[in-house]
Design a protein around this ligand. Structure first.
Ligand code: GLU
Length: 420
């Protein structure tokens, strides 16, 4: 277990937990139990590459807590994935699911791999072998994976198929974020981005502002960033800058997001875009003049080095852990409000929960119903956090953690410790 504690994300989350438990007066025995994951599995994932050589990748699944229900959380494919990072993200899932009042625990998985370097066949082999290696600890009532950085509905389809082949029948509830054709939920793909936008609307509302005409910059043009930019644009916001891993583009009068998405789908890049814009770097995007900044790429984007230059008034965390603890302190001093990850990007797991429920019931809802229920669930959570933040005069990140830890505390004390 010791190596789990080494990474920065895990350490930061643990510190936040300690601070929040003190403020919210959480039972020290509960805090002790929440400080470590329940289980961590490391697997070798050998696959045959297209050139017929065999390569062994490292895979992980960390199950942090199942106090509130089955373990739940995504699977990440990225070259920097390691055990401690996965464990930190699993812990964040526990607090996210508790805060959002879902009957789910927290988990995360991942493979240390750059998915852009593998062919479709290699990715399929990797996903199927990884699924098989972790299949005895996942299942609709045990642990339900979903997409995360570097994985998508196709990855989830392979996972569902591999698990179902082993069981001998189709098991819809083993994974969420599946394509709609095989039991996915309408609205799941855009759900995280839509949740980010609902949270942005709420934070503007409590500050007597509206989305109409508000300037927004989005870092990251993957599933979360591109949908957040689109939904904010549709609600009248002016998207002044966007970026992907290669860099960004800006236009102070606003970018035409639907056209850019069309172009990006084909070219996988902003290059060759026939619209007025200026090229900027990823660093420039973060410090650009804008009212709202949405970091929706990886963790550790806003650090002690660049926090002082941030000009936005509101930072809405589309990614998990994009603002480091050091940066958090600087932003607070500057009077910048951070809407934390476990709230702001909760739309994904909320609709994952809806997908799981629909799969088990074999009864599927239309998109309007999904989005209406998502709005209800995430704005309720927003206001629970906002009230706590106002009452106790603590940053929203601490408030979110306090509200979440309190719910977990109640459940843990009711269930008790086995054997005693
Ligand atoms: N990976 C997403 C997250 O970090 C979604 C998890 C899920 O849907 O289970 O929240």
């Amino acid at each position: 277990m010791e190596s789990i504690l080494e990474g920065q994300l895990y350490k930061n989350t643990l510190n936040l937990l300690r601070k929040s438990c003190e403020i919210a007066n959480v039972d020290p025995n509960v805090r002790e139990r929440l400080s470590k994951p329940k289980r961590a599995l490391i697997v070798s994932v050998p696959i045959r590459l297209d050139d017929y050589t065999v390569k062994v990748f490292h895979g992980y699944r960390v199950q942090h807590s199942q106090t509130l229900g089955p373990f739940k959380g995504g699977i990440r494919y990225h070259q920097h994935v390691n055990l401690s990072e996965v464990a930190g993200l699993a812990m964040l899932m526990t607090f996210k699911n508790s805060l959002l009042q879902l009957p789910l625990g927290g988990a995360k998985g991942g493979i240390t791999v750059d998915p852009t370097k593998l062919s479709r066949t290699e990715l399929q082999n990797l996903t199927r072998r990884y699924t098989s290696e972790i299949s005895n600890i996942i299942g609709p009532e045990i642990d339900i994976p979903a997409p995360d950085v570097g994985t998508d509905p196709q990855t989830m389809a392979w996972l569902m198929d591999t698990y179902s082949q082993e069981k001998g029948h189709a098991v819809l509830g083993v994974v969420t974020g599946k394509p709609v054709e095989i039991g996915g939920s309408l609205g799941r793909t855009g759900a995280t981005g839509l949740g980010v936008v609902f949270c942005t609307e709420e934070i503007l509302k409590v500050n007597n502002k509206t989305m109409n005409g508000t300037t927004v910059a989005v870092q990251g043009f993957g599933n979360v960033g591109s949908h957040a930019a689109l939904y904010a644009h549709q609600r009248g916001a002016k998207i002044v800058a966007i970026s992907d891993i290669a860099g960004g583009i800006a236009n102070p009068s606003g970018l035409d997001i639907p056209k850019i998405i069309e172009h990006y789908k084909l070219k996988k890049s902003f290059d060759g875009l026939d619209l007025p814009h200026e090229k900027i770097s990823n660093d420039q995007l973060l410090t650009i003049k804008t009212e709202v900044l949405i970091p929706a790429a990886l963790d550790g984007a806003i650090t002690g080095d660049n926090a002082n230059q941030i000009q936005a008034k509101f930072v809405i965390e589309g990614a998990n852990g994009p603002v480091t603890a050091e940066a958090d302190a600087i932003l607070e001093k500057k009077g910048i409000t951070v809407v934390p990850d476990i709230l702001a990007n909760g739309g994904g797991v909320i609709v994952s929960y809806f997908e799981w429920v629909q799969g088990i019931a074999s009864f599927f809802w239309d998109e309007e119903e999904v989005n209406k229920k998502l709005h209800h669930q995430i704005t309720k959570a927003f206001h629970r956090v906002w009230e706590f933040h106002k009452e106790k005069q603590v940053p929203m990140r601490v408030a979110a953690m306090c509200v979440s830890a309190k719910r977990l505390e109640k459940a843990m004390l009711l269930r008790g410790l086995y054997p005693r």
